[in-house]
Design a protein around this ligand. Structure first.
Ligand code: PLP
Length: 437
């Protein structure tokens, strides 16, 4: 593209590696958004990460606002986490047998999140979400459930209906290969619109097992819930004998140490986690009320298992990450730098003549090129994505690594400095002034 031709960024090695990768893996990647399809231009290939920085194979340095899509909240390649991991490696990476580290991480997660009485560890957010819906269906004896347009709950069949994230970015509302029978019980409501949920409950009396949502949406940009919406969902589920599930894979230990549910003071029946609780290793978790979790095998009849689940290496990374986050001032600092970043980006956009809205809660932020505030996916999709692509590329060339899609939230971490934020806002000012309003 023209932008790439003017680029000051050295990308020879990245281009060579991606060219080879195309032949080896679909699209050259192991997860779609990494391919930069929606912003154009080739992706940069990472060599290493440290703190708030990422370094690519051509020697370029970036301030990283993806942080491995969430896990790197205490800083990438954190020394304390690494030290704990090295010690654990000597004792073995996977047992396939009980180990006490599982108790310790389970206790930490249960202590952190008031609605959790029991948890089960799995290996990804996808696994957590597909397992939790099985348990919710078994507990209620009902098949249907409600999700929201623009919310992503991993790539299990039943969730690939109006999902956000890569599904949204690639414009695949449904994926081929997903049987219609599997998604037929998936009913889709509109985020922040309680009436849309009520209507579904009324039309499906005593058939709805539960409602699952991102308590702050990060998979179609950044969309906070209204208190009225969350409280309404809580009351509605209780009244209808349905279960409320917060998918906190992204928001858990990020919006606050007690997740989005702690921040908003709403108690779901069930929750899912991932990303931060694995501290950069593959971990997911689901949990909630004891009477519901007791249904899971071998305590109960609902089958769910995993060869590497609760492995000591992953538990160690999670434990150390949570320990660091518990230190005084962590979330105050994250909130301070992130709100300054979000406000700075929006101001920069407006000063350059663009319509822009944005916001943040703790270490999660977003910005849209649109005039009106965004309360749901339908409004998010009004954002001018034609502006996002040159913005993304310009920032990359300025040494700022942003999510390669206007439909993804941005993440900060404890390693981001005030200086990083200043540099980022300054870069945004320059780049946004080169984009025609
Ligand atoms: N749920 C939410 C809210 C997510 O953001 C994600 C991942 O981005 C998932 C579930 C799926 O998690 P994973 O990618 O670990 O399978």
């Amino acid at each position: 593209s023209m932008v790439a031709a003017e680029s000051s960024l050295k990308t020879d090695e990245s281009a060579r590696i991606m060219k080879e990768a195309q032949d080896l893996m679909p699209g050259g990647v192991n997860s779609p958004v990494r391919a930069f399809k929606s912003v154009g231009g080739g992706p940069v290939v990472f060599d290493r990460v440290k703190g708030s920085k990422a370094y690519d194979v051509d020697g370029n340095e970036y301030i990283d606002y993806i942080g491995s899509w969430g896990p790197a909240i205490v800083g990438a390649a954190n020394e304390e986490v690494n030290e704990a991991l090295v010690k654990q490696i000597e004792k073995g990476t996977s047992f396939g047998a009980p180990c006490e580290l599982e108790n310790q991480l389970a206790q930490d997660v249960i202590d952190a999140v008031p609605s959790l009485e029991m948890v089960r560890f799995v290996n990804s957010g996808t696994e957590a979400c597909l397992s939790v819906i099985r348990v919710m269906r078994a507990f209620t004896g009902r098949q249907k459930f409600i999700k929201f347009s623009g919310c992503y709950h991993g790539h299990a069949d039943m969730y690939l209906v109006q999902a956000g994230s890569g599904v949204l970015t690639l414009g695949l509302p449904d994926s081929p290969g997903v049987p219609k029978e599997t998604t037929a019980p998936t009913l889709v409501a509109k985020y922040n619109d309680l009436d849309s949920v009520k209507a579904i409950f009324e039309a499906n009396k005593d058939e709805i097992a539960g409602v699952i949502l991102e308590p702050v949406v990060g998979n179609s940009g950044f969309i906070p819930p209204t208190m009225e919406f969350l409280q309404g969902l809580r009351d509605l589920c209780t009244a209808e004998g349905a279960l409320l599930c917060f998918d906190e894979v992204m928001t858990g230990f990020r919006i606050s140490y007690a997740g989005a549910q702690g921040h908003f003071g709403i108690k779901p029946d069930m929750s899912t986690f991932g990303k931060v609780i694995g501290g950069g290793l593959p971990v997911g978790a689901y949990g909630g009320r004891r009477d519901i979790m007791e249904m899971v095998a071998p305590a109960g009849p609902v089958y769910q298992a995993g060869t590497l689940s609760g492995n000591p290496l992953a538990m160690t990374a999670g434990l150390k990450t949570l320990e660091i986050l518990r230190r005084p001032g962590s979330y105050e600092y994250l909130d301070k730098i992130t709100s300054r970043l979000a406000a700075g980006m929006v101001d920069a956009a407006k000063d350059a003549g663009h319509d822009a809205v944005g916001g943040s809660i703790s270490a999660m932020y977003g910005m849209y090129f649109t005039k009106d505030p965004v309360h749901n996916f339908e409004q998010a999709s009004q954002s001018d994505m034609k502006k996002f692509a040159p913005f993304h590329r310009g920032m990359l060339e300025s040494g700022i690594y942003l999510a390669p899609s206007g439909y993804e939230a941005g993440f900060t971490g404890l390693a981001h400095t005030e200086e990083d934020i200043d540099k980022t806002i300054e870069a945004a000012r320059k780049v946004l002034s080169t984009i025609p309003p």
